[in-house]
Design a protein around this ligand. Structure first.
Ligand SMILES: [Zn+2]
Length: 409
């Protein structure tokens, strides 16, 4: 099993300059190699292979010792390998009748990867108990190791620039987790993902998309508008661009942190987590594209999946069709169908439940039907807003018309 961990790097100014220089060399390498492939095809109708380009790279590096020669050889090769992958992917999709985009020229390269990090990358002690990341051909960069590296072999190391910040992403090969025991789950959880509310749980709890995220986004929009008014390439434009990138990073970090917090709690308390198999991509095309992306559904599901796997728990995706339209107690479909305006699910069998909690329970029931296990006891009559978790506010549901969903994420 592969696990990625991301650490912040604090390179010294000369190290940051060196990294920037190497990134721009790699950018030229990518564009040059792409052009070579195009030219070879146009002129002679032949395809260059990865191996051929690597041989070319060796010659180039020997010739240009102060330029591309400064970059670690494996890092440079990895760049060609990515280009090769891009072409293979392109041809595969053409073959299957799709219309993919041709590999593109890059304006800027912001990351470099050491493909065999166990040779070229090491954590070494720095001054006063600090640590450094020793990168071949760059130096020992101060690093904040905010959590211990998982036990295992470091497979690859990617150094990324986000605005004016630097990060190292280490991919670690860990032992495969123990598969879940062949017993019915004891504490299963069904999750209904939504827009007006980030998530509603089969236990009756609700999770709102937090306000700070929304605020950061308003801020991001404002800075982006300012950027668009500056002359491209000017000094002020560059300064503003750095600001926009910092905002982007903040929004992304907040989204990710929230997803980590939620899924860690869920995985700790439940040995099965069930989601609907919503196709997030199809939603991204729809009218709520932004809010959907914001809600970070994809992240929640990805994190939940690997966190359950680590704990030998289960992660299940169930078909989403009809989860909102049937009773979680007696399975009767709602008649007439529930509209978006109806916040409460009522059934002749006596069930009276928040509509999202009802949906979450249906998701859970479907998951348990797949893995085998009993649905937890359902209280037949429940009403009112679901219980908010740890101080997260749950808004009164009647003030949340479906058209306003964008505003609450
Ligand atoms: Zn019913």
């Amino acid at each position: 099993m592969l696990t990625a961990v991301k650490f912040r790097l604090y390179p010294f100014p000369d190290q940051a300059r060196e990294l920037d220089r190497q990134l721009s060399e790699l950018n030229s390498l990518w564009n040059h190699a792409l052009e070579e492939r195009c030219a070879a095809w146009k002129k002679e109708r032949r395809s260059l292979t990865f191996v051929q380009q690597c041989q070319e790279l060796t010659r180039w590096r020997n010739f240009d010792r102060e330029g591309l020669g400064r970059v670690n050889a494996q890092v440079a090769q990895e760049c060609l390998a990515r280009l090769n992958d891009a072409f293979q992917h392109f041809f595969r999709r053409v073959k299957s009748g799709e219309a993919p985009g041709f590999p593109r020229f890059n304006r800027e390269t912001t990351s470099l990867t050491y493909p065999q990090a166990y040779d070229s990358v090491r954590l070494v002690p720095g001054r006063n108990g600090t640590r450094r990341l020793s990168l071949s051909r760059v130096g020992d960069l101060p690093i904040e190791v905010h959590r211990e590296l998982p036990a295992g072999r470091t497979k690859t190391c990617t150094v990324e620039r986000e605005g004016d910040r630097w990060y190292a992403v280490l991919i670690v090969e860990m032992a495969d987790p123990v598969p879940p025991p062949d017993l019915p789950p004891r504490h299963p959880l069904g999750v209904d993902l939504g827009l007006s509310r980030l998530a509603t749980l089969s236990t009756g709890e609700a999770v709102e998309a937090p306000r700070f995220l929304r605020r950061s986004e308003v801020q991001l929009k404002r800075q982006q508008r300012r950027l668009s008014r500056k002359r491209r390439g000017s000094h002020n434009w560059r300064k503003q661009k750095a600001r926009v990138q910092r905002c982007h990073a903040r929004v992304r970090d907040q989204r990710r942190d929230l997803a980590h917090q939620l899924t860690s709690t869920w995985a700790r308390e439940h040995d099965l987590i069930a989601f609907e198999d919503l196709d997030v991509r199809s939603h991204l095309m729809g009218p709520f594209s932004k809010s959907t992306a914001d809600a970070g559904w994809g992240m929640l599901r990805r994190f939940a999946e690997y966190k359950e796997a680590r704990r030998s728990g289960r992660y299940v995706e169930v078909p989403s069709k009809g989860t909102t339209q049937s009773c979680s107690a007696c399975a009767r479909p709602h008649d007439p169908p529930l509209t978006l305006r109806d916040r409460t699910y009522e059934c002749p069998c006596g069930l009276r439940l928040d509509r999202d909690v009802n949906a979450a329970r249906n998701v859970l029931a479907r998951a348990l039907a797949i893995v085998g296990g009993d649905t937890p006891e359902v209280t037949p009559v429940e009403i009112g807003p679901p219980v908010a978790r740890k101080g997260r506010r749950v808004r009164s549901m009647k003030q949340e018309p479906p058209s306003a969903v964008g505003a609450s994420t």
